[in-house]
Design a binder for this molecule. Structure first.
Ligand SMILES: [Zn+2]
Length: 323
């Protein structure tokens, strides 16, 4: 069977009466699904678009009203989420490779499926292609993230339809993909974090051209996570040999850690750990290890000194304040 790219864009609504009134099981309710199907050569094959009648938040949040063009009457006459989602997933087919602009859509889709007690069709781990990230890797600095419209401007893609409708945004994203090669896209997968590893056996190891990524099982807290040998190890991203630390893991901000390691064959390596909380209050670690230049290694040393100084100052000021 042939593989297809499904370029997906969702529009969602949130509680119009503020956070206090919101349904904790469904913060973002999907009200429109738009998608474009491309074949292996990135040629347009088909489109999907359907509006969804909301069941949790009947009125639109003012922000939702501002950006999308849906009218109350469109929503009122639409089918409900389970019916639309089922048709959409059937339309996607078995060998779908999902592409989105940014990291949110697949997470919200899974959250909405779970809310409606529908089975998840997605594999674990769910790998997808974040075209916003890949655009940055190919055309910019890997780190910056542009809005869809500014990427469309950058590539001189004609702006024939307004933005912020699910189908038009999926369509623009697919046109950006057509300015990339399948190789550039497929070499840069992302992991969706809606479902993360439950145990050691499920932990995720991914290798990319310039770095490796590891996603851990859950830990009770930060301290437990930063004691785990697999979490804090620094295997070289080129050869896998455990590289020696030159600077041990040090905290930057509330939930990031950096370290500097060195592989005899491949030189300096930068380690980064982000600790993220899950709904159940447990935390898991996302670690990346990448090769860096001696200048970048020096910058990590500097960063560490700055952090040390900041901590000292904070301590001094809090001491000064105590009578
Ligand atoms: Zn190495």
């Amino acid at each position: 069977m042939q593989m297809n790219y499904i370029v997906l864009d969702l529009e969602w609504n949130q509680c119009p009466d503020g956070k206090a009134a919101e349904n904790a099981q469904l913060r973002f309710e999907i009200i429109e699904i738009g998608a474009v199907k491309l074949d292996e050569t990135l040629t347009l094959v088909d489109r999907f678009r359907e509006v969804i009648k909301p069941q949790v938040y009947q009125d639109l949040h003012f922000k939702t009203k501002e950006i999308i063009s849906l009218r109350a009457i469109d929503l009122e006459n639409a089918r409900s989420f389970p019916a639309v989602a089922k048709d959409f997933l059937d339309w996607c087919g078995k060998d779908a490779v999902f592409c989105t602009w940014g990291t949110a859509d697949l997470t919200e889709l899974q959250q909405n499926l779970a809310y409606h007690k529908m089975p998840s069709p997605f594999a674990f781990p769910l790998l997808y292609y974040d075209i916003q990230k890949i655009f940055s890797i190919v055309y910019e600095d890997r780190k910056s993230r542009r809005s869809l419209e500014s990427a469309v401007d950058f590539l001189d893609i004609p702006k024939s339809v307004p933005f912020h409708s699910a189908l038009s945004d999926a369509h623009y994203t697919s046109q950006i993909m057509q300015r990339l090669t399948p190789e550039q896209i497929l070499a840069n997968s992302s992991v969706d974090y809606y479902r993360t590893p439950k145990n050691r056996r499920q932990e995720i190891y991914l290798t990319y051209e310039t770095y490796t990524k590891f996603i851990s099982r859950p830990f009770r807290d930060k301290v437990q996570a930063m004691k785990d040998r697999t979490v804090i190890s620094t295997p070289c991203c080129k050869c896998g040999i455990n590289a020696q630390k030159r600077i041990r893991w040090f905290p930057v901000g509330g939930s990031n850690y950096f370290c500097l390691a060195h592989c005899e064959e491949h030189g300096y390596l930068k380690g980064k750990i982000r600790l993220r909380h899950q709904h159940d209050d447990l935390c898991y670690a996302i670690k990346t290890v990448k090769t860096i230049t001696p200048e970048e290694a020096y910058a990590i040393r500097e960063k560490k000194e700055v952090q040390k100084l900041k901590r000292r100052l904070r301590k001094k000021f809090s001491n000064d304040r105590t009578p």
